[in-house]
Write a protein that binds this ligand. Structure first.
Ligand code: PNS
Length: 363
């Protein structure tokens, strides 16, 4: 087993024969570093080598210029071989060995706020450690935004496509060995952000009632913004929307029900007065409006300009309606329902039931 490239190129490493560790085959190690090299810069990175064994992966990274590697290896025998390998390559100063079970090491790193740019993980096969390690990495939050995690696994223990903010981006097979590369979302989870880092967007409207077209916009907006507040206006600027069918509280309640599965990323609220004042009150810098046909544009553009005139620091973002929802409008939905037409597919089921009850009572 030799170092493939970098300052320690060609140096022979003790593979710890006879130990209960399985050193990464040179073929897999070479393939892994060529994948990483094509997408990431290893130089000056801070890395973590889990289930390090004799340390072949972390040492290869140090040879290629990584700033530091934390090696986690539970076995005293393997840790001794690892230390000798580090000495042989003169990498001791850029390395730290945690002689702990991986689960405990990750908890400790999480507690002390350690954040790394990349993680190697080569867990023993057949113990369910692939899933557990990836889940622990997420829970302890030790990866920086944009960090990579390269995990070796038996082909019968393939990982899922995503664990929290870690997403599978590449998967390879070498005989019975699988190699999976995950990348952490660039965006920090909202829970880790402080108030100044959260991008909060308001999606305002009459929502009398909310339709599947509106919900499609909210769900797509949630993948872009940290928090989306669906804000029901008690006063609309549209003269056609004077007499509303549902009260503002009823509308908020229906929206809350429909968004119950978004983990609090999308919420509902109501407001009176100017929209831009409401945005300032709740610390939102973005207004989202959905655009359907060209006919929406003039009215939307006027509102966006007026809002910018009043508060230039608040930006309006237009999102194109989903193609299925191009003709869905609350106004038409209400009219069709009141005349006995079928609007079931255009509304969330609970909203549909409430609309039927409301228009039935009015008829
Ligand atoms: O769904 P709608 O009715 O088209 O939404 C219009 C809404 C609620 C976004 C707009 O009427 C509004 O912002 N009302 C709040 C009062 C306000 O700020 N008016 C000035 C808008 S330039």
């Amino acid at each position: 087993m030799r170092v493939i490239a970098g300052t320690a190129k060609g140096r022979r490493l003790d593979a710890g024969h006879g130990m209960a560790v399985r050193p990464t085959a040179d073929k897999v190690k070479g393939a892994l570093f060529s994948i990483l090299g094509s997408r990431f810069d290893i130089e000056t990175t801070q890395l973590l080598d889990l289930f390090a064994g004799s340390g072949a992966l972390g040492i290869e990274a140090l040879s290629r210029g990584a700033a530091s590697v934390i090696f986690v290896e539970q076995s005293a025998t393997a840790a001794r071989v690892l230390r000798e390998n580090l000495q042989r390559c003169r990498f001791v100063e850029r390395a730290r060995i945690l002689q702990l079970p991986v689960e405990r090491a990750l908890a400790q790193l999480g507690r002390t706020g350690t954040r790394v740019d990349g993680v190697f993980a080569d867990p023993p096969y057949g113990h369910g450690l692939v899933d557990r390690t990836l889940a622990d990495l997420v829970t302890q939050g030790v990866t920086k935004p944009g960090a990579w995690v390269a995990i070796e696994h038996h082909v019968d223990e393939s990982p899922q496509a995503a664990y929290g903010n870690l997403h599978l981006t590449q998967a390879r097979r070498y005989g019975k060995t699988g190699l999976a590369l995950f990348v952490a979302d660039e965006a920090m989870p909202v829970a880790q952000k402080d108030e100044t880092q959260i991008v909060r967007a308001v999606y305002p409207g009459s929502f009398d009632p909310i339709t599947n077209g509106h919900l499609d916009i909210v769900r797509r907006a949630v993948s872009v913004f940290d928090q989306v507040i669906v804000a029901v206006a008690a006063t609309s600027s549209d003269p056609h929307k004077d007499g509303s069918l549902f009260t503002a509280d009823e509308r908020v309640e229906m929206i809350r029900d429909a968004l119950a599965d978004t983990d609090g990323r999308a919420t509902a609220d109501k407001f009176t007065g100017l929209l831009v004042d409401y945005c300032d009150r709740i610390g939102a810098r973005v207004i989202i409006r959905g655009l359907r046909a060209v006919s929406d544009f003039e009215y939307e553009f006027q509102m966006a300009m007026m809002n910018r005139h009043m508060k230039p620091h608040i930006e309006t973002f237009f999102m194109a309606a989903g193609s299925k929802h191009f003709y869905t409008a609350s106004r038409l939905v209400k009219q069709v329902a009141s005349l006995g037409g079928d609007v079931r597919e255009l509304l969330p089921p609970a909203v549909y039931q409430r609309l039927l009850a409301k228009v039935g009572a009015r008829r």
